[in-house]
Design a protein around this ligand. Structure first.
Ligand SMILES: *[C@@H]1O[C@H](CO)[C@@H](O)[C@H](O)[C@H]1NC(C)=O
Ligand SMILES: *[C@@H]1O[C@H](CO)[C@@H](O)[C@H](O)[C@H]1NC(C)=O
Ligand SMILES: *[C@@H]1O[C@H](CO)[C@@H](O)[C@H](O)[C@H]1NC(C)=O
Ligand SMILES: *[C@@H]1O[C@H](CO)[C@@H](O)[C@H](O)[C@H]1NC(C)=O
Ligand SMILES: *[C@@H]1O[C@H](CO)[C@@H](O)[C@H](O)[C@H]1NC(C)=O
Ligand SMILES: *[C@@H]1O[C@H](CO)[C@@H](O)[C@H](O)[C@H]1NC(C)=O
Ligand SMILES: *[C@@H]1O[C@H](CO)[C@@H](O)[C@H](O)[C@H]1NC(C)=O
Ligand SMILES: *[C@@H]1O[C@H](CO)[C@@H](O)[C@H](O)[C@H]1NC(C)=O
Ligand SMILES: *[C@@H]1O[C@H](CO)[C@@H](O)[C@H](O)[C@H]1NC(C)=O
Ligand SMILES: *[C@@H]1O[C@H](CO)[C@@H](O)[C@H](O)[C@H]1NC(C)=O
Ligand SMILES: *[C@@H]1O[C@H](CO)[C@@H](O)[C@H](O)[C@H]1NC(C)=O
Ligand SMILES: *[C@@H]1O[C@H](CO)[C@@H](O)[C@H](O)[C@H]1NC(C)=O
Length: 747
């Protein structure tokens, strides 16, 4: 009898929730990252990520509460629902998705919609509650709106929240629905008791909350909005790398989830949309495995970047604002429009484009004509009437214009600065990411010279820069190379800092005594016994009038990855030797003397700075603090490999430049080789984390270092909320292509 009831209720739910029984083949993935459970579901109708958060016994309950997030790449859209126990204390309510006739655990929703050409699509499933619960806050619409609430000071906009309707569904269920500000799209979330005849849902119409008893509930999450076209693994990878689909099934599935013919997405769930820097760094690191040609992943990245260039000044777009949030922002500016927005706050992103295009056209010269003749404007209407060739040249012009002053006069004032109205400008884009610095290391010492070299190469490549423009593009071939040399050889010195070994030791002791999050060994024996310790500031002109932000960092990897310095003077060669030796040392020294923790290389370490303000800002809970970023590991590993490759032209190097001077200094060469191997040992030891965006650690004398999700740590002082890591980040999938070079193993 019970079985009969179950079958009937499943049939009823199929029609109630609008399941399409002739649904197409689904690709699913379950990724557990307690307290987060992530479920990915893609089929021919839509692509969805569901994230269930349920507190663990040791969770900090002021940060972690029961929550269901549904996130869709289309329009960067989603639903977020927060739950509370109805009677029990905080932490007593546990929620989970369970397998059912509706899905394992997710199934497809497909329902034609009246009055819209787009059907309702999304997911359904069954969610269990271990006790009676209240759905306290629903947010329906854009993932950006959800992030404003979860990452900001809990902001809710009346114009969005007031539009949510709560209605009773089929007697015992409830539906939350909201018409977007576009007046066309509706997001809806339905929850109905499932195999749970005693249960009934109570709606509190006043504050739009709904309450219900313990047990199983069927839910359905859907919206009617144009969808993206996902690239299956066979279209993301080049033909030589298709065997990765079997060997690294999970990673390739994640890469495919983030890859669409329109663009590649930066991360899941918080960044399911275009980000210029993320997609270009990923394409550069993934080059050996990524598909090329018409309709390929590489052209999806380049095309998405070109489409979004600011035609007036050649800037590459950092982030797009689309879907409901675009209409919302337009409304804030008193405009009734659904037009997308494109933001240009960054100063680093412009430089990745010529580097990526030079790399691509070098390996696919037959694509120069077809790609550059494409017409822009389908994404940013401002760019109608322009071709990709037009936009490519405007970006190169910008770079040549902005790098000219330093070429004439090598002063700090002529280095590239953050935009005056911005406190961020490169990948460390959080309030304390650069410690307030205005002149970042990566942009000036690595990205600018690399972009100039790439422009020179593109100028020598037939068909890239038309010479019948107002610019003399033929001259760029030599001009950009000459400029690159000046930037390569004259920027490191602004960032180089030398302190005596005894000063370094005493600062290290102070750090261990005063840091709030680390009281372990100082590891000072890894510092030299005498002489100097050389480091490079992360940026110049920091907060609190610091002339330079002397935080030890991993941005040295940008220079190793992007720049092949062919020193024109002995002085420049000596500088390069000091730099690579100091970089290798910083990677090998254990934290806090260096960057290496058991959780792998941290991206910043203030321990040698001697600055209280830097020590309190760069913590293990800061987004760009003493935490580990997967893409930084990949870039550093590949950068060291590229530089080592230059020493032995017979091994893996394809670089045309001669071997640098340090290759012939055994102590330095061996240091670099040892750093490469230490880094790879630690990458391999942390393989479980590598596909995530960022992770942290905690330390106690009894446990030592313990890997800890960043989102589980309380925010550092002055930051309103902690930062939850994305379980999958595009540029953290680059270990599909970045592999340990066994020929560099220490013997
Ligand atoms: C309620 O149930 C009826 C009959 O089973 C179904 O046609 C209808 O679509 C359901 N309503 C909702 C809002 O799910
Ligand atoms: C089910 O989904 C398929 C694929 O999108 C679609 O072609 C078909 O019309 C849908 N069927 C129904 C009954 O909605
Ligand atoms: C749910 O179904 C999936 C797919 O069939 C399966 O991998 C998983 O183990 C199931 N979960 C449980 C708890 O049975
Ligand atoms: C919400 O309720 C109002 C008033 O009944 C109705 O006009 C509107 O269409 C409803 N919106 C949605 C998305 O259901
Ligand atoms: C949506 O409809 C409202 C009410 O009619 C109107 O004020 C608003 O301008 C419309 N918004 C858009 C984007 O068309
Ligand atoms: C559920 O609760 C509502 C409101 O209290 C009531 O009208 C309805 O009859 C109840 N349904 C069942 C099946 O108990
Ligand atoms: C995958 O295919 C490539 C190219 O065909 C080959 O070089 C590589 O060895 C293969 N990898 C494995 C593990 O089979
Ligand atoms: C594009 O660049 C111009 C010139 O710098 C600037 O005025 C304009 O605001 C930029 N467009 C956008 C959308 O930011
Ligand atoms: C929008 O209009 C309101 C009311 O007229 C005004 O107060 C506000 O400054 C305007 N906002 C912008 C961005 O122009
Ligand atoms: C593009 O060209 C058409 C026809 O020449 C013109 O009407 C339109 O205004 C142009 N659009 C832009 C964005 O310049
Ligand atoms: C775009 O390129 C074409 C062909 O080189 C050229 O004639 C045209 O002037 C360019 N437009 C702009 C705005 O640069
Ligand atoms: C570069 O500078 C030239 C000369 O001042 C100017 O005409 C051109 O518009 C600038 N281009 C860009 C993209 O900034």
């Amino acid at each position: 009898m019970l079985a009969f009831l179950v079958a009937v209720s499943a049939l009823w739910l199929n029609s109630a929730l609008g399941q399409n029984t002739t649904s197409c083949q689904a690709v699913t993935q379950h990724l557990s990252d307690p307290p987060y459970e992530n479920y990915f579901y893609s089929d021919c109708n839509s692509d969805t990520q569901a994230v269930v958060t349920s507190p663990l016994p040791d969770s900090n309950l002021s940060i972690i509460g029961p929550r269901l997030v549904i996130a869709w790449p289309a329009g960067n859209s989603g639903i977020c629902t927060f739950f509370q126990p109805q009677n029990g204390p905080n932490g007593s309510l546990a929620i989970a998705l369970v397998n059912s006739t509706l899905g394992s655990p997710l199934g497809s929703v497909y329902r034609p919609s009246r009055g819209s050409k787009y059907p309702f699509v999304g997911v359904q499933g069954v969610i269990s509650f271990n006790s009676s619960a209240t759905l306290t806050i629903p947010i329906l619409g854009s993932v950006r709106t959800i992030r404003d609430f979860t990452e900001g000071p809990s902001l809710l906009q009346p114009v969005i929240q007031d539009a949510i309707n709560v209605t009773q569904t089929n007697g015992t269920g409830a539906t939350l629905s909201r018409l977007w500000l576009d007046n066309v799209t509706t997001t809806s979330f339905t929850i109905v008791p499932y195999q749970n005849p005693e249960s009934n849902i109570t709606i509190d119409a006043r504050n739009k909350s709904i309450s219900f008893g313990a047990g199983f509930y069927a839910f359905s999450a859907s919206f009617n909005y144009p969808q993206l076209t996902q690239l299956p693994p066979s279209q993301v990878l080049n033909s030589a790398s298709r065997n990765l689909t079997q060997q690294q099934f999970g990673q390739v599935t994640s890469l495919s989830f983030l890859s669409y013919s329109e663009k590649l997405l930066a991360g899941a769930w918080r960044f399911l949309t275009y980000f210029g820097r993320d997609s270009m760094i990923s394409a550069l690191l993934l080059e050996p495995v990524l598909s090329q040609g018409n309709g390929s992943a590489t052209e999806a990245v380049i095309g998405a970047v070109l489409e979004r260039i600011n035609r007036t000044d050649g800037s590459v777009c950092h982030e797009e604002t689309i879907g409901d949030y675009a209409t919302y922002l337009n409304l804030q500016n008193n405009m009734t429009s659904t037009a997308p927005g494109f933001t240009y706050p960054m100063i680093d992103t412009d430089y990745y484009l010529p580097v990526l295009m030079a790399q691509y056209f070098n390996s696919s010269p037959d694509r120069i004509g077809p790609l550059l003749s494409q017409r822009a404007g389908s994404v940013d209407p401002q760019n109608r009437n322009l071709t990709y060739a037009n936009l490519t040249i405007i970006n190169a012009e910008k770079i040549l214009n902005i790098t000219a002053p330093f070429t004439l006069n090598q002063t700090a004032a002529n280095l590239i600065h953050l935009k005056p109205d911005q406190i961020v400008g490169q990948w460390r884009d959080s309030t304390y990411g650069l410690g307030g610095g205005r002149v970042p290391f990566d942009v000036n010492t690595a990205l600018v010279p690399a972009a100039l070299r790439a422009i020179a190469q593109l100028a020598r490549t037939p068909g890239v820069y038309p010479n019948k423009t107002r610019m003399n593009t033929t001259s760029w071939a030599t001009l950009a190379d000459a400029r690159a040399q000046i930037w390569e050889e004259n920027t490191l010195r602004f960032f180089e800092t030398n302190i005596t070994a005894s000063t370094a030791r005493s600062r290290l002791q102070d750090f261990v005594k005063t840091a709030t999050y680390y009281h372990g060994p100082a590891n000072e024996s890894s510092l030299p016994s005498s002489g100097n310790v050389t480091t490079y500031s992360i940026a110049l002109q920091g907060y609190n009038n610091l002339s330079s932000v002397n935080v030890l960092h991993s941005d040295t990897g940008f220079r190793l990855f992007f720049v092949n310095v062919t020193a024109s003077t002995d002085e420049a060669a000596a500088q390069e030797t000091r730099f690579i030796n100091a970089t290798a040392n910083s990677i090998m020294r254990p934290f806090p003397a260096g960057l290496l923790t058991p959780q792998s290389m941290v991206v910043a370490n203030p321990a040698l700075s001697g600055s209280e303000v830097l020590i309190s800002n760069f913590t293990n809970s800061a987004y760009h603090g003493t935490v580990v970023w997967s893409f930084q590991l990949a870039m550093m590993a590949k950068g060291l490999e590229r530089q080592l490759g230059r020493c032995n032209r017979n091994v893996s190097s394809q670089s045309p430049s001669p071997a640098p001077a340090w290759c012939d200094i055994p102590s330095v060469y061996n240091n670099v080789l040892r750093a490469y191997n230490s880094l790879w040992d630690s990458i391999e030891a942390n393989s479980a984390q590598l596909q995530g965006e960022v992770w942290s650690w905690t330390y106690s004398n009894s446990t030592g270092f313990v890997t800890t999700p960043l989102g589980a740590l309380p925010p550092p002082p002055g930051v309103s909320a902690g930062t939850e890591s994305d379980v999958r980040q595009l540029w953290s999938l680059t270990f599909l292509a970045v592999k340990r070079d066994r020929s560099l193993t220490l013997t």
